[in-house]
Design a protein around this ligand. Structure first.
Ligand code: ZN
Length: 477
């Protein structure tokens, strides 16, 4: 709509003091505009850094300093703790352009969204900072007038320094990745003897967690639990003491033990949770590594019946202790979503990330087939390099030959698991690829395309993320 002579985003129009603040398109740029509430009166710049356009009107670029001002003036643009909500859902937005589409989904369902969610690995692969990630969510929330609250997850953080970095910026959730302290090479043969403490607390004891579920530790299993997770528990307790115990940060704490080579058995899950709680560590969510494979961007691989059996126990353990089960790499795991919804009794945290990137690339295949072809060929050439960051079992020979595909068939590649994973794991290389003259090979054309086709991307996300949420058993409001 036209507003004060600008092409304004209607839902972004807000008033504060004697000013109106709204977002507008200005050529290729999106900016904030500060204008006087009543004509003839002067507005102040409200602390924003920008240009005075005269007549009390200011043009404010979307930079970090201005995001900070916006969060102060309009608290709904600031992330908040929200994992106490029975249902929460993380949607990573690696590109910083997906949130308007995500907002449409979360307006339709009663589920707490984590719009900003990125791991350090993803930051490095996309050349972004946590400031960028947070600011993109803040600006999108302001633009779309989303006032229900959202979270920001410093995802898979492994060090004190990274946790501190995310918290200092105002991230409202920390996912502590304990994988570097989990000893995967422990077997029954090499696990050291048990301490007296563990013997007394667990050996041959049966724990009744209700709902007919009983867990008993024999000597071998207990020895393995202690040897595999002992150090990880100490690490998590240390982080908790440093950052959460005093309550100096308004942030949820998630324990992640999922990025390891071995599956977390229900007994191990129980052991880790009980030990953490014994040490006074309070956490909102815990992410075990489930049986089967949660590979990036494709459906669950493995025995669905076994998964259903095990998640029932994992969910029972979480309920028993009073935290939520967190399901990572949730992108496209459609065949197990109904049982996740059912066995957790609708109390869960689910994370997706890469699927939002794949939807963005599906838009490229639809809107600019020739650009898509170039990127696809490049992805094939760097696929092996990308496998160092992600575990996948992609068979490149199964991907249809692009030369044999007509332009209108290119989007169908996104229904093909091997093609999905090819594009999924190469995102960092695609986005950072440069020409000899230093310019980006794909990045700038991609962002221009996504901006020109914003509505197609938004509609694709509504459909795709909406499908995830519906399969988890959540009804539209
Ligand atoms: Zn994870």
């Amino acid at each position: 709509m036209q507003y004060f002579g600008f092409e304004a985003y209607e839902k972004s129009i807000n008033s504060i003091e004697s000013s109106r603040v709204f977002m507008a398109k200005d050529g290729d740029e999106t900016v904030l505009i500060v204008a006087p509430k009543e004509s003839g009166k002067a507005a102040t710049n409200l602390g924003f850094k920008g240009n005075d356009l005269g007549e009390g009107t200011f043009r404010v670029p979307l930079i970090h300093e201005n995001a900070e001002v916006l969060r102060k003036l309009f608290p709904f643009t600031k992330p908040v703790k929200g994992l106490k909500h029975p249902r929460s859902f993380g949607v990573g937005d690696r590109l910083g352009i997906a949130t308007p589409g995500h907002i449409k989904v979360f307006e339709a369902y009663d589920i707490f969204p984590i719009f900003a969610q990125q791991s350090i690995r993803e930051l490095n692969l996309t050349n972004r900072t946590y400031e960028d990630v947070l600011d993109a969510a803040t600006f999108a929330v302001f633009r779309e007038g989303f006032k229900k609250g959202f979270g920001a997850d410093g995802d898979h953080l492994k060090t004190i320094k990274d946790v501190e970095y995310a918290l200092s910026l105002g991230f409202s959730m920390i996912t502590l990745d304990c994988s570097e302290h989990i000893k995967n090479d422990v077997t029954l043969d090499n696990a050291p003897p048990l301490s007296k403490l563990y013997q007394d607390a667990y050996l041959n004891k049966t724990f009744d967690i209700g709902e007919g579920i009983k867990l008993t530790f024999n000597e071998g299993e207990l020895r393995q639990c202690a040897a595999i997770y002992g150090e990880a528990i100490l690490f998590a307790a240390d982080i908790y003491t440093r950052f959460f115990k005093q309550g100096s940060y308004e942030a949820d704490f998630e324990i992640s033990i999922d990025e390891t080579a071995s599956v977390t058995t229900p007994l191990q899950h129980f052991f880790v949770a009980k030990e953490l709680l014994n040490k006074g560590v309070s956490f909102a969510t815990l992410a075990p590594r489930f049986c089967g494979e949660f590979q990036k961007g494709i459906d669950y691989k493995g025995n669905v019946a076994q998964f259903e059996q095990e998640i029932k126990i994992h969910a029972g353990i979480a309920r028993h202790f009073g935290y939520k089960l967190s399901i990572h790499s949730g992108s496209d795991k459609f065949s197990v979503f109904p049982s996740i919804g059912k066995e957790t009794q609708g109390v869960f945290h689910v994370k997706t990330a890469g699927t939002n990137w794949l939807e963005a690339m599906r838009v490229v295949a639809m809107a600019d087939p020739s650009l898509y072809r170039d990127i696809h060929h490049y992805a094939l050439s760097v696929f092996n390099e990308a496998t160092q960051y992600y575990h996948v079992t992609t068979d490149l020979t199964k991907i249809p030959d692009l030369n044999a595909l007509k332009d209108e068939d290119l989007p169908k590649l996104f229904e093909h698991n091997d093609a999905r994973q090819l594009i999924h794991i190469t995102y960092g290389l695609i986005l950072s690829r440069k020409n000899p003259d230093g310019s980006f090979t794909f990045r700038d054309s991609l962002y221009k395309l996504w901006r020109d086709h914003e509505h197609i991307y938004s509609d694709a996300l509504v459909k795709h993320i909406g499908k995830h949420i519906a399969l988890l058993g959540i009804q539209k409001k």
